[in-house]
Design a binder for this molecule. Structure first.
Ligand code: ADP
Ligand code: MG
Length: 697
């Protein structure tokens, strides 16, 4: 075993006192591997326990913190249940006394000493005639008051790794802060910090975990968010500066292949599609590398645009890689595109995902190596080292928000500067898009193909659920299909899974007995998920009960109705994505949002869904509704590089970070200046795949 004498921030947590291999495994489940990860594992929320109450003022039902002296203590077995231990302790301050009681924690008997001072936090209860506090949280008041972590202060509450209590976890954090904060080196250049009023890093880490007051907590949070934005924007700017004038492929976009393809399609392109194809063609024909983001609402027809771009590359003898975020989507693209190009001569199209068996995979990989495969559609499997293109000319990435910037770079490295087209169905207001995809050019499809009817959206309370069911049955009886969506929240993942499952059993046997009901959720293995999706697509199922795995673009034209349960738990953009799963055929479609939430925000979201169909419009509403000031959480923006910062609610901060990043890269494009060295190291650590950007002279 390696002995870590000289521990630093990159030392694995298992070398900390009190964390063995077992615990380290649990920490890993929360993505905590190193000491730095622990420092950056921020509280989910806080509890203000700063106000110390006087015992004389205590009343039933109050949640209080008191500071008192131990008068007497004793431990006994419960009268009713012999195995049940009760530990009691009487405490007093200058104003009165009160008993405290703990169940089944016999060891406490030795923990507290008569006459010592303690801080207690808990709820005041009435027991017969007297008041008492049951199972309060406690801390000893020692000389070193910094030791008091759980009471008498603003207390952090974490989303704990398995097998730990808040109390123990706080101790770990405190220990790590004490030992390692002196080793924390602030990588944000000093002038940027002062100019933007940012706390230094060590102070921020301290205040985010154990804030002295809520104002300092806010400042710490602001600094840590700035840091994320700044690293991210710096990366974008470095990429941009490296790209300027970079030699790419000059595609011949004028050939016949795209034309033939378009003539074979059963529909005509929309004006928007034509416009973006022209933009893409212009880029591809230029000698510079293309890095273009194609935005378009769900169902706006991005795939066809990508295929046309692909054919422009293929006709010149280049290969095209088309990456989708899930197997289902990759397969759907593969089948659809294959059927669309059958009439075109000699194009080899293949599908590469991880579930394809080994022999077939090797055969495909060989074809890719030899340049026989023209159009390769796949998932992350395309990123594997064994996939080597002979002559990669264009990379298409679908549903960009499911991939990180890093992955997008990996695929780009598989050819000699191929052109890159990134597609996203998450409409982002233009101002925000420029900040988040600052290194990309942007094309927008802003209309849907003709003949699409807007999806009628209704809001129902829980009591009105029957109405939603009635609408479903109407649709089912007309031969259409229906989705029923349940939320999943990270924290009680299993519980919610039970929700979808339970409802499946219940509805299958009751309300929807007449119909063929299926269930799909994220805990199923990918092939199982695919199987169920396929059954639904082939209309072997009528009703599909699902969690949010539906979110990304599968195309099921016969599905005309969706019920979203607990609609209040979804973000607005997510609801819009989900709704995009219906209304893909020619029949009128419906979306029922069932919720009972009374918060103004939840209502506003539901209203926006009822009133608007246009994704860009909805994105703007989303911004308005969320407003500033949302705390942690919300990974909805889907940018994997951002963990706590939220571009939707912190636009101003993001703008500042971006301005600083622009200046930084203008002055020091290789981050070679001394004051930028720490920053450079941090960037390399955070985005290792970009080391080249910063080191090549
Ligand atoms: P998305 O932008 O969500 O990826 P798709 O590319 O999957 O949308 O297109 C949605 C559906 O619309 C597909 O079935 C596609 O064949 C069809 N489609 C695309 N363009 C047109 C068009 N111009 N006219 C009619 N249908 C179209
Ligand atoms: Mg799509």
């Amino acid at each position: 075993m390696v002995e870590y004498k000289q521990k630093d921030l990159q030392t694995p947590v298992r070398y900390l006192k009190g964390i063995g291999p077992k615990r380290a495994e649990n920490f890993a489940k929360s993505s905590i591997y190193t000491i730095e990860d622990l420092l950056y594992f921020f509280p989910r929320r806080y509890e203000d326990r700063t106000n110390i109450s006087l015992i004389k003022d205590l009343k039933e039902d109050m949640l209080v913190t008191i500071k008192a002296r131990v008068l007497a203590k004793g431990s006994r077995q419960s009268f009713r249940n012999r195995r049940f231990n009760i530990f009691e302790m009487a405490v007093s301050d200058d104003t009165g006394k009160i008993p405290c009681i703990w169940f089944n924690q016999p060891y406490l008997k030795d923990y507290f000493q008569v006459d010592s001072e303690v801080i207690l936090h808990g709820k005041v209860e009435r027991y017969g005639k007297i008041l008492q506090i049951s199972n309060p949280e406690f801390e000893m008041v020692s000389e070193d008051n910094a030791e008091v972590l759980s009471v008498g202060r603003i207390v952090p509450v974490y989303s704990l790794p398995p097998g730990l209590s808040q109390r123990v976890f706080r101790k770990f954090i405190k220990h790590v802060l004490d030992e390692f904060l002196p080793k924390v080196n602030d990588f944000l250049p000093f002038n940027i910090r002062t100019k933007n009023n940012l706390l230094n890093l060590a102070k921020s880490l301290l205040e985010i975990h154990f804030p002295q007051n809520l104002d300092l907590q806010k400042q710490a949070f602001r600094r840590l968010c700035f840091e994320e934005f700044f690293l991210f924007e710096s990366l974008l700017m470095l990429r941009k500066s490296a790209k300027v004038g970079k030699q790419g492929i000059t595609h011949n976009t004028q050939g016949n292949l795209p034309k033939e393809f378009l003539e074979n399609l059963p529909f005509k392109l929309t004006a928007s599609q034509k416009k973006v194809i022209a933009e893409i063609a212009y880029d591809m024909a230029r000698p510079q590398v293309m890095q273009r983001l194609l935005q378009g609402d769900v169902g706006s027809g991005k795939t066809v645009v990508a295929v046309v771009a692909g054919l422009m590359a293929i006709q010149g003898g280049y290969q095209v890689a088309f990456m989708a975020p899930t197997e289902i989507l990759a397969k759907q693209h593969y089948e659809k595109i294959k059927s669309q190009i059958v009439n075109l001569k000699q194009i080899e199209i293949c599908l590469l995902t991880s579930s394809i068996d080994k022999k077939e995979k090797e055969r495909i990989q060989q074809h890719i190596r030899e340049g026989k495969a023209d159009l390769v559609i796949g998932t992350h499997a395309l990123l594997e080292g064994a996939v080597q293109f002979k002559k990669l000319g264009l990379v298409v990435i679908d549903e960009q928000h499911k991939f990180g910037v890093g992955q997008r770079a990996l695929l780009g490295q598989k050819g000699i500067s191929p052109d890159v087209l990134i597609m996203t169905a998450t409409p982002i207001p233009r101002t925000l898009a420029i900040t988040l995809y600052g290194d990309l050019d942007i094309s927008i499809i802003n209309e849907l193909p003709p003949g699409r009817m807007p999806i009628k959206t209704f809001s129902f309370t829980l009591d009105e659920r029957k109405k939603a069911y009635a609408l479903c049955k109407e649709q089912l009886d007309a031969g259409h299909q229906v989705f029923l969506v349940y939320p999943v929240i990270e924290e009680s993942y299993l519980l919610d899974m039970e929700g979808a499952k339970k409802m499946f059993e219940k509805l299958k046997a009751g309300e929807f007995k007449k119909y063929r009901v299926g269930l799909i959720h994220g805990k199923l293995k990918q092939p199982e998920q695919d199987g169920i999706m396929l059954k639904f697509k082939n209309q072997e199922l009528d009703l599909l009960i699902s969690t949010t795995v539906l979110e990304v673009g599968i195309d099921i034209p016969a599905a005309t109705c969706m019920i979203v349960e607990h609609a209040e738990r979804f973000g607005l953009s997510q609801l819009h994505q989900l709704r995009g799963r219906v209304g893909r055929g020619s029949a009128e479609s419906f979306c029922c949002l069932v919720s009972d939430s009374q918060t103004a925000e939840a209502k506003a979201r539901v209203n926006a869904m009822v009133n608007y169909n246009d994704g860009f419009r909805i994105a703007e509403e989303d911004l308005k509704i969320r407003g500033p000031g949302e705390f942690f959480g919300s990974r909805q923006h889907g940018l994997t590089e951002l963990r706590i910062a939220n571009p939707l609610t912190q636009m101003q901060l993001l703008k500042k970070a971006r301005e600083e990043a622009i200046k930084l890269v203008q002055l020091d494009a290789r981050l070679a200046l001394r004051q930028n060295l720490a920053l450079k190291q941090k960037l390399i650590q955070r985005f290792p795949e970009y080391e080249k950007l910063m080191t090549v002279a």
